[in-house]
Design a binder for this molecule. Sequence first.
Ligand code: NAD
Ligand code: TDX
Length: 313
Amino acid sequence: GLKKIKMLVTGGAGFIGSNFIRYVLNQNPNVIIMCVDKLTYAGNKQNLAGVIGPRCQFIKGDICDQVLMDSIAAECDMLINFAAESHNDNALAAPKPFIETNIVGTYTLLEVVRKYNLRYHQISTDEVYGDLPLDSLAKFDEHSPYRPSSPYSASKASADMLVRAWIRSFGIKATISNCTNNYGPLQHTEKFIPQQITRLKQGQPAYLYGDGTNVRDWLHVTDHVRALYMILFAGRIGETYLISSDCLYSNVAIVKQLLAVMHLPSDFYCYGPDRPGHDLKYALDNHKIKRELNWYPRKTDLTANLAALVELY
Ligand code: NAD
Ligand code: TDX
């Protein structure tokens, strides 16, 4: 048979990482996965139920642990990094783990990638570009300057800068992708959509920070992981790819869609204090990934996707 490809997936017990691992195992029989995850409050081995086995080994560990990461990377061909502290509200309450995992952790991985000449991919976010005015029709593209505004986005921007520097200075074979807000199966209930579904199922009103007019660009996780697979196997080294499905909605519009799907009164929501520094609007231009890799979003029916999630949670 063909030579097996050994892929190190960090943060694979989280939301996007676990969806990615399932996709890759189904997509490519020649891939063997080593998943390293610290199992923080956000990681759950249950997210990999039915997946851990001969083709997917699970190792509980920290990406900041240089000795551990060195020993695993020595046997691998590629590394895709999902491991991160990912929730903005937590970064406002206690930023330190964001500095450690998102910045020092990425640095640690880059050093083993350099030592063993692995193919590397960094998962990043639209938030590194800062926010857009609510009334703007503009979108960020891969040439937009980095202007992060929150502790979380500053930590992710720092990590991306390290990746870019390691590409330029040491010639590592790396790519970066910045994606918009994901939603889909296995997302932690701290995030907006699963939080609202959970509240509504418990009979509590949906809860909007501030006036609910902030806009996010929503991407179904299955479209995201398919894009990541294409970048990993066909993306050009050194490039940044933006992943968006052009699905812009205000938070209050998402809540109204959920209420309709759940047959609840259209005003069954309330307002709370705004998030400090709350980014107004994100939107990404996806022309490059369409043109270069022929990726197009497929799961674009938001109402149907929300209805499926309501069934699932
Ligand atoms: P998540 O919080 O669901 O999962 C993160 C995983 O990383 C968890 O399993 C956690 O245990 C693990 N982890 C945390 N610190 C670790 C460490 N030091 N060592 C090893 N493992 C560690 O996050 P997610 O939503 O799946 O996000 C994955 C990646 O995608 C992150 O890099 C995030 O910044 C990025 N991203 C997420 C979104 C989104 O909407 N969810 C959007 C854009 C970018
Ligand atoms: O209860 C809530 N009510 C509310 O109005 C929650 C949890 C959030 N919100 C608002 C804040 C945001 O405007 O909803 C929007 C989405 O909030 P989050 O789910 O916390 O996501 P966001 O801050 O936009 O960041 C997300 O997208 C980019 C991910 O968490 C990041 O990891 C990713 O990088």
